[in-house]
Design a protein around this ligand. Structure first.
Ligand code: IPM
Ligand code: MG
Length: 370
């Protein structure tokens, strides 16, 4: 039983399958509060297309204030075809970038770990992905996503689209520190990914990461160009422990890494660095299956586990939840996206109930404390 001050958690279900995958996690959170396992106040807010429909803005100011006043934010997914034709500023994706920036969540941790029960889900050969356990540390509030100048301008009658890749020394230094710090508790290896053969921002990136490593002598560092890294990830992913990289390279490589496990519906992420952490599944809003009770809520539960770990400092509860997910998979219970011959396919709500039940079993067995 946990004591201490009440922590505030903001839930942002968003669009598409978001509300469906959030529902069982919200229920678990409320139950944790009710049983006084976790002193937590649960709030809910609007984001993405859902927010645009109600308020005319994908990231309403009330959502930002609620987020800044919370200890952690759990976000499901944003976006959908209905919003694809909106002007850039009103697109649901802008809300994602906006909330990351407002929260100062500059470090995006995206683990890609093979769950043994799902080894057959990958398109790669089993021997290539055996034991796969890597973490992409993606810089999240800088680089070409935010650099100025940007825009679409007309020069001598010709339209030109402009974006700027830009990294300052402090921005590189702080993300490098996060990468080396997490690597210390892992296999103690960091691969820094850049394009230093072409881009000055990468030359500086490489220099600063190399310097920061001196403060972490127990962690090994190597550097890789991004094109090679993309290739090495499918050739021999086992060589990676922690990959640290800038915003756009991290966007691309983390999608690639997630697919190595074959099950994007299983992968969680944490965006940290500010006072309030932001936790979200890697998968999107999957409009094609929204509202059909087909989505896989596992990544949402595992994102909540990351929230318990990083923001609420409840590693015991986080482990029980991870074990809960694994034991349900171990029983052969699957959502459609990860179904295998012989497994029992259930819907999103039922998967959520099973995971919740398995969590409580582990929790009550005292697995939290081990
Ligand atoms: C991600 C997504 C976002 C990104 C999009 C939706 C803005 O791809 O979280 O990786 O590019 O950061
Ligand atoms: Mg992405």
């Amino acid at each position: 039983m946990t004591t201490g001050t009440t922590r505030k958690v903001l839930l942002l279900p968003g669009d598409g399958i978001g509300p469906e995958v959030m529902a069982p996690v919200a229920e678990l959170l409320l139950e944790l509060a009710k049983r006084k396992v976790l002193p937590v106040e649960v709030r809910e807010g609007l984001i993405g297309g859902a927010a645009y429909d109600k308020t005319g803005h994908p990231l309403p100011p009330e959502t930002v204030s609620l987020a800044l006043d919370s200890d952690a934010v759990l976000l499901a997914a944003v976006g959908g075809p209905r919003y694809d034709t909106l002007p850039y500023e009103h697109r649901p994706e802008r809300a994602l970038l906006g909330i990351r920036e407002k929260l100062g969540a500059f470090a995006n941790l995206r683990p890609a770990k093979l769950i043994p029960q799902l080894a057959n889900a990958s398109t790669l050969k089993p021997e290539v992905i055996a034991g796969l356990d890597l973490l992409v540390v993606r810089e999240l509030t800088g680089g070409i996503y935010f650099g100025a100048p940007r825009g679409i301008v007309t020069e001598n009658g010709v339209r030109v689209g402009i974006n700027t890749e830009r990294y300052s020394e402090p921005e590189i230094e702080r993300i490098a520190r996060v990468a080396f710090t997490v690597a210390r508790n892992r296999r103690k290896k960091v691969t820094s990914v850049d394009k230093a053969n072409v881009l000055e921002s990468s030359v500086l990136w490489r220099e600063v990461v190399t310097r920061v490593q001196k403060d972490f002598p127990e962690v090994a560092l190597d550097h890789m160009y991004v094109d090679n890294a993309a290739m090495q990830l499918v050739r021999n992913p086992g060589q990676f422990d922690v990959i640290v990289t800038g915003n756009i390279f991290g966007d691309i490589l983390s999608d690639e890494a997630s697919q190595l496990t074959g099950s994007i519906g299983m992968l969680a992420s944490a965006s940290v660095g500010g006072r309030t952490g932001l936790f979200e599944p890697i998968h999107g809003s999957a409009p094609d299956i929204a509202g059909k009770d087909m989505a896989n809520p596992s990544a949402m539960f595992l994102s909540f586990a990351m929230l318990l770990d990083h923001s609420l400092r409840e590693p015991g509860l986080a482990r029980s939840l991870e074990r809960g997910v694994e034991s349900v998979l171990g029983e052969g219970i699957r959502t459609k996206d990860i179904a295998e011959p012989g497994s029992q396919v259930v819907g999103c709500a039922e998967m959520g109930r099973r995971i919740t039940r398995a969590f409580w079993t582990h929790h009550e067995k005292g697995a939290d404390k081990t």
